[in-house]
Design a protein around this ligand. Structure first.
Ligand code: KIV
Ligand code: ZN
Length: 433
């Protein structure tokens, strides 16, 4: 049987850390590296040692202390970079030098100001130099997807012949579409004569929001390593998000056609740790790890969730390490969810009481985003108290124990002047459930 396991190459500590706002100190990098080990990534790219002494030291410390995964270090196709990476990686149980040079004419002419022939020669010499430190050498052709195909093929063939064991072809500026990426890798893999001697890798940036889709498309074409980052951090719009790539493989195996060795319950803790270390919050609606990824506020959704969670969730939160689904009480909530929360808080309410609590919660939520449990309890107590003193359509009690709740928890339809008005019109997403 064909092994469909894809190598997960995590570059949070290199491409991710390189992005504005995401820099980490050595001890922080070590903490994250240990967490990446718990997550079971195959390769940790720990940094770019020539960039600074601190970067070199953090690569050395990660290499020394994180023993299971392969530890990679980045180096331009420059002798000093390669030597620096080789030395920083010395303590590693398994090390990889990742050397790169741009291959697109745009980068060669405008940035590096060298010819294609010089690029080819530099690439080959660099791979040979890196092989003197380790037999695990990755070559990346920066801006590969915008490179001339014939030239790129030549480079790839020659660096494999020189000893590169992994060939990474990045979509450096996030320019490609998924169909294009599949076509691109299919062509390269079919036309480089020694392609079977190396593992091919994809490294997609998210400038058009396609990094994850492009990574999946690359795997479809035969790529066996995916480069990605926690929370999708990285240069500009970021890299392919590790948690998304992994969960696509898990949730849709029949479509994705690959698997990973990632321990998915560690996804959320890793995402949280990164946010804590960098002080950069995760986008609320971020797939898999955002705080809304397993939260429901609208009444229709809450009702569905309470009846059968599969109505609105395609994954179990526990499978990705999220403690549990949250039903958020807000202005879109419905009776069913409010009743359930009341029960969870230990209150058995009659149908009438639920109705009254519901109306007051919705009114209160017009003035604030969410209703906390303390506020809900205040509302419940107020409703209970009102029920013993007043008929149904009357004004709520003035003696609430929660000021926030009391301020806004008037019965809908009542102008607040003590006169009962016509029955309220129920508006909003969640009503009637
Ligand atoms: O995006 C890119 O091309 C890179 C390379 C250095 C691999 O990050
Ligand atoms: Zn990159």
């Amino acid at each position: 049987m064909v092994d469909t396991t894809v190598v997960v190459f995590d570059t949070t500590l290199r491409d991710g850390e390189q992005a504005p706002g995401f820099s980490m100190h050595i001890e922080e990098k070590l903490r994250l590296a240990r967490q990446l080990d718990d997550l079971n990534v195959d390769i940790i790219e720990a940094g770019f040692p020539i960039a600074s002494e601190a970067d070199a030291e953090s690569v050395r410390r990660v290499a020394l202390e994180v023993r299971r995964p392969t530890i990679a270090a980045l180096a331009r196709c420059v002798a000093a970079d390669i030597d620096c990476a080789g030395h920083a990686l010395k303590p590693a149980a398994r090390s990889r030098i990742h050397t790169f040079i741009a291959t697109s004419d745009l980068h060669l002419e405008r940035k590096l100001r060298i010819t294609r022939e010089q690029c080819l020669e530099t690439a080959v010499n660099s791979v040979k130099r890196a092989r003197q430190f380790t037999d695990d050498v990755q070559f990346s052709a920066e801006d590969a997807t915008r490179s001339d195909m014939d030239f790129l093929r030549r480079v790839v063939e020659e660096v494999i012949a020189a000893g590169a064991t992994t060939i990474n072809l990045p979509d450096t500026v996030g320019y490609c579409t998924p169909d294009e990426i599949t076509e691109f890798f299919t062509k390269v893999l079919a036309s480089v004569p020694n392609a079977s001697k190396a593992v091919f890798s994809t490294h997609c940036h998210d400038d058009l929001g396609l990094a994850v889709a492009n990574s999946i498309a690359a795997v479809r074409a035969g790529v066996r390593q995916v480069e990605c980052t926690i929370n999708g951090i990285g240069e500009r719009a970021g890299n392919a998000s590790l948690e998304e790539v992994v969960m696509i493989a898990n949730v849709r195996p029949e479509r994705a056609g690959f698997k990973t060795l990632i321990k998915t319950p560690q996804l959320f803790p890793t995402s949280q740790l990164l946010a804590q270390l960098t002080g950069e919050a995760v986008q609320a609606n971020k797939a898999i790890v955002g705080r809304n990824a397993f939260a429901h506020e609208s009444g229709i959704h809450q009702d569905g969730m309470l009846k059968d969670r599969r109505t609105y969730e395609i994954m179990n939160p526990e499978d990705v390490g999220v403690p549990k689904t949250t039903l958020v009480l807000g202005k879109h909530s419905g009776r069913h969810a409010i009743q359930k929360r009341c029960e969870d808080l230990g209150f058995a309410l009659s149908k009438l009481e639920v109705d009254r609590v519901y109306r007051r919660v919705i009114r209160l939520a017009d003035h604030q985003k969410h209703i906390s449990d303390a506020e809900l309890i205040s509302v419940i107590e107020e409703v209970k108290e009102t029920a013993t003193t007043q008929p149904i359509a009357s004004t709520p009690s003035a003696s609430s124990t929660a000021p926030a709740a009391h301020a806004h928890a008037q019965a809908p339809g009542n102008g607040g002047n003590g006169t009962a008005a016509a029955p309220p019109v129920e508006v909003g997403y969640g009503h009637g459930v």
